[in-house]
Structure formats: C-alpha cells, structure tokens
Design a protein around this ligand. Structure first.
Ligand code: XMP
Length: 529
C-alpha cells in the first residue's frame, strides 16, 4: 500500500515552491534538501500524482527525479504529458531526462557504455542557462541508457567522454535535462546548477527559511485540529521533542505528550527524556510497557517482523492512552502527532510497493487503523533531520536536544541479532552506555551522526584466567552523516577504540570481543538489521 500525500498537511509558499516528482530514486530527497538550502521550498510528490493536484500548489518549477527503471521497459513509471504543459520550467534528471526526451519526440537507447561514478563534463560554449558559471566540471553519473536523438527545440549543452548528451535544454520552453546527478556531493558544482535553475529559469523569490516553515506549520496545524485535543508521541529525540513544542505553539495546552517506554531504550534513556521534558515545562505521560513489548517480540528473529510487531504494539499503547485521556477530559481525542521525517516516509513507502527500491518498514509510518478514530499529524513529513535541528534551535531547545543523535523507534530490538530477551537488552544497554560515555568524554559525541552498539548474536571464544569461554561479540558502529541517507564510517582514534573495547570487555562479563564496523552506507545500512 502506497501512502498518499495528505494535501491538508502540505505547505505552499507562493512564488517560491518547487515540486520534485519522484520516479523512484533514493536521491529525490537530496534534490529537495539541496533546493531548500537555496532558500526555496520544495516538496516531493509521487510521479503519478494527478497534475491538477500539483497545479493547485502553483509551483514555480518542476523537477523530474531519476529512477531505477528504463523508459522503454514495460510497466516503467511514465510521465503524464500534462506535466510538460503547465507553462513552468521543468528539469529532468537521468530517468527524468529520458522521460522528457521520449515524450517530446527524442529517442532513448541502452548506451554502448554504462557510466557509473565520477566523470569530467565538457561544457559547450553555449552552455545554456543551467550550466552557466559552472566551474568545477566533475559530475556523478549513474546510467545505462542515453539520449540518441534530441527532441526538436533542444540543443546539447554538455557531454562527457562516453556520453554525447550529458546535458541538453530547450531555452524557449525552459525545459532542461541532465544525464548526471547534480544532487549528489560528488557533482562538485551541483548547487550552482540548481541555483541557475531556480533563480534564472524559475525566478523564485529565494526567501524561504525554516522560520517560514514554522509559521506556516502553526497555521496548518491550527486549521487541521480546529480546537480538538491532540496526543503527541514523544520519544525524546529531536524530532518528537520539536514536534511537541510546535504543537504547543500551535494549540496551547490542548495536547498530551505521551512517552511509551518500550523497555528497549538505551540505558537511563527514559529518565533522561522525562527530565528534559520537565525542564522544558511539559508534563509527560510515561507508559511503562516493558513486559508487553518483550512478550510481543518473543522468539521473533526477522528484523522486518520486529519492526511491524513494534509498530502494532505502539498503536495499541497509544489507543489505550487515548481512551484513558478521553475519560479524563470527557471529550474525544482526534489527532495523534508524530515526528516522522521525510526519509522515514520514503523508505517505508518503498517497502510497501512504491516506486523507490525497497528499503525497510519504518516502525511508525504505516498509518493508523481506522477503528482507532485518530488522525495523524506529521508536521515534518516533508523535511530532513538537519532541517528539524534548525527548527529546534529556533524554538530555543538546548544543544543536548537538537544535537542529540537519533535512536530508531524499535530501539535495541533491531540492534540485537535474533530473538530479543531481557538479558540481551541489558548486555547491549551496558555496552552502548560505555560507548556513548567515552564519546562524550572525548568531546566527539556531537560530531558523529550516529553511534551505537550491536549485539551480534555470534559466540566468540575467549580466555578468562585459565579457562576458554564462549562469550558475546559487540560491534561498535559510528557514522558521519547529516541526512542519514548515505553515511561514512567514522575514523575514531585508535586509542579511543582501545579504551571502549577494554571497558566493554572489562565491565561486562558476558562480552569477550569487540569489533568496529568500517562499512559505509551504501553498501551497508546504518543499522545492522
Ligand atoms: P538505515 O539503517 O536504514 O538507517 O541506514 C537510517 C536511519 O533510520 C534509523 N532507523 C529507524 N528509525 N524506526 C526508526 O524510527 C526504524 O524502524 C528504523 N530503522 C532505522 C536509523 O537509526 C538511522 O538513523
């Protein structure tokens, strides 16, 4: 089931909105993120959204993303021609380029050579609007198909050694296409290319900022809730903390922040979260659900099943809290707010059959059963973690909150290989605690995107005194990342790694081996499960 965009939650900034049509590329969100960094609002919509829905948003330009398919394959996502008749500039990237070429009378064929990775661009003298002023010529390619016949009105503006049409445009209609990906950091002047599109072709105002998003979110939430009471799912992470403050700003005291303690959190996390909320002047309802979560996960090995079970249990818990609160206030609770981010939505849509390649079922994105009678409010479903952090700062949250590394909702359950038990959770919590404590002591915690321990499930031979024993293996994972879509493993100093390893094996009797994960994302994911 693909979750459709709830148009009531969509924000629009007139004269300053770009719509990215997603044809199934993981990179679509990087496009949106890059545009917003140019102070232009952008939102991503599925490729088959009705054109009239998009037209109603009055965007200043349209971007067609890349995608994993070939335009000539059966059942490949197609481009509704109405998108090219809206009278606004259109930029097609990779698959988006091929779709535009095909639609406008050009030809696309499987190229003789595939191009993957970095290439040097040769920009034609008449580089057109898009490549104007591009100085760094290194670009990132990822394609097997190429344009062999140009649609009429188009001229080639750049090529590479193996690709004669690396960029082409129709300056009259303001149609632009790129075979390479300006949204990835390996295309060195990518942001210049986007700025050319935004300011020289779409003539956007470029005055959007997170403050505008905040104001507009408050307006949208007020209108949507229309005086009704709301529950906010609080996990203590920056997203949920910020969503609580946002709801408070929008509807005053007509909400309850509810924290479900799954028993799968990090050591001391529940106490720390409760204290942070109390410092922010917010009453937190804490539900101790340790036993119920553990029972529901009994014997479950498969990570996807773990996520789904945990998601269902969360829904049950919130349903029960809603009933209790309804009794207390004598009125219906109509909404549940959660701090779902864009990457969570897109990865889950993919997992449920959207165009993007399958990634995983996010524990909290599946929607709510109709019988619960609660509607979801997800103020951050169009934005990224780094953008929420900016919002958190604007709302006056301290660094301990806005700089806090994310923890996945399923917590330690997806960091324990195999079935989850109380004993395993405790071992992992201790190892994780030591890791974070050492990172804080070394002053590195806030420089790292995410750091955690994994209980591998392997048994390892070790020596204690005279005897050989089988113990547990702990993997340490630290990654550098800002948007969590890609990540590089963190080069921690060897002395620090040594200290972490010595403490974990010295202080936790059940562990006799520690490894450090030196894999980036891709090919690995950040989590092990
Ligand atoms: P991966 O492992 O996909 O993780 O590279 C990317 C980011 O998502 C977090 N993550 C989750 N967060 N529920 C969550 O709330 C989940 O089921 C889930 N799975 C992964 C992960 O910690 C990282 O920040």
């Amino acid at each position: 089931m693909q979750r459709r965009t709830d148009m009531k939650q969509i924000q629009v900034f007139k004269g300053n909105t770009i719509v990215v049509l997603d044809f199934g590329s993981q990179l679509s969100k990087l496009i949106a993120n890059m545009i917003r960094k140019s102070k232009v609002y952008s939102l991503i919509m599925p490729y088959d959204t009705d054109p009239s829905t998009i037209a109603a948003l009055k965007p200043s330009g349209l971007i067609l993303s890349g995608g994993p398919d070939s335009v000539y394959e059966r059942n490949a996502p197609s481009l509704n021609p109405a998108y090219l008749e809206m009278g606004i500039p259109v930029l097609g990237i990779c698959y988006g380029m091929h779709l535009m070429a095909q639609q406008l009378g050009g030809k696309v064929l499987r190229g003789k050579k595939k191009e993957y990775g970095r290439r040097e661009l040769v920009v034609k003298e008449s580089g057109g609007i898009l490549l104007n002023g591009v100085e760094e010529k290194t670009v990132w390619m990822n394609h097997g198909d190429s344009i062999t016949v140009l649609p009429s009105g188009f001229g080639v503006t750049a090529s590479t050694k193996d690709c004669s049409v690396a960029a082409m445009e129709d300056p009259e209609k303001l149609f632009f296409t790129l075979q390479f990906h300006p949204e990835v950091e390996h295309t060195l002047d990518g942001s210049r290319i986007f700025r050319n599109f935004l300011f020289d072709a779409c003539h956007v105002s470029g005055d959007w900022e997170m403050k505008s998003f905040l104001k507009s979110s408050i307006r949208v939430i007020r209108k949507q809730t229309n005086g009704a009471r709301v529950i906010v799912a609080a996990s203590g992470g920056v997203d949920s903390f910020t969503s609580v403050l946002l709801i408070k700003k929008a509807i005053g005291d007509r909400f309850d922040a509810v924290f479900v303690d799954t028993g799968l959190l990090r050591k001391n996390e529940c106490e720390e979260v409760a204290e942070a909320f109390s410092r922010a002047g917010i009453d937190l309802t804490v539900v101790n659900a340790h036993e119920r979560f553990l029972k529901s996960l009994k014997g479950v090995r498969d990570p996807e099943r773990k996520r789904i079970i945990i998601g269902h249990q969360f829904i049950k818990e919130f349903g029960q809290v809603a009933k209790k609160l309804e009794k207390k206030y004598g009125e219906k609770i109509k909404f549940l707010t959660q701090g779902t981010l864009y990457p969570d939505v897109i990865e889950s849509i993919s997992a449920h059959g959207g165009p993007t390649a399958k990634i995983k079922s996010h524990h909290n994105v599946g929607g709510l059963p109709a019988k619960m009678g609660l509607k979801l409010i997800e103020p951050f479903r169009e934005i990224f973690k780094d953008e929420v952090r900016v919002l958190a700062k604007i709302l006056g949250l301290p660094k301990e909150i806005y700089g806090r590394q994310p923890s996945p909702g399923p917590g330690e359950a997806i960091r324990i290989k195999g079935p989850v038990t109380k004993r395993k959770v405790r071992i992992l919590q201790e190892a994780d605690f030591i890791l974070l404590e050492e990172l804080h002591r070394a002053g590195l915690y806030y420089n790292i995107g995410q750091a955690f321990a994994v209980l591998s499930g392997d048994r390892s031979t070790g020596q204690q005194g005279e005897s050989r024993i089988y113990g547990n293996v702990i993997h340490i994972r630290c990654v550098d990342t800002t948007v969590y879509m890609t990540a590089d493993w963190t080069r921690l100093p060897h002395e620090l790694l040594d200290r972490i390893s010595q403490r974990i094996t010295g202080e936790i009797p059940q562990v006799n081996r520690v490894t450090y994960d030196i894999t980036s994302k891709p090919p690995a994911t950040i989590e092990w499960e």
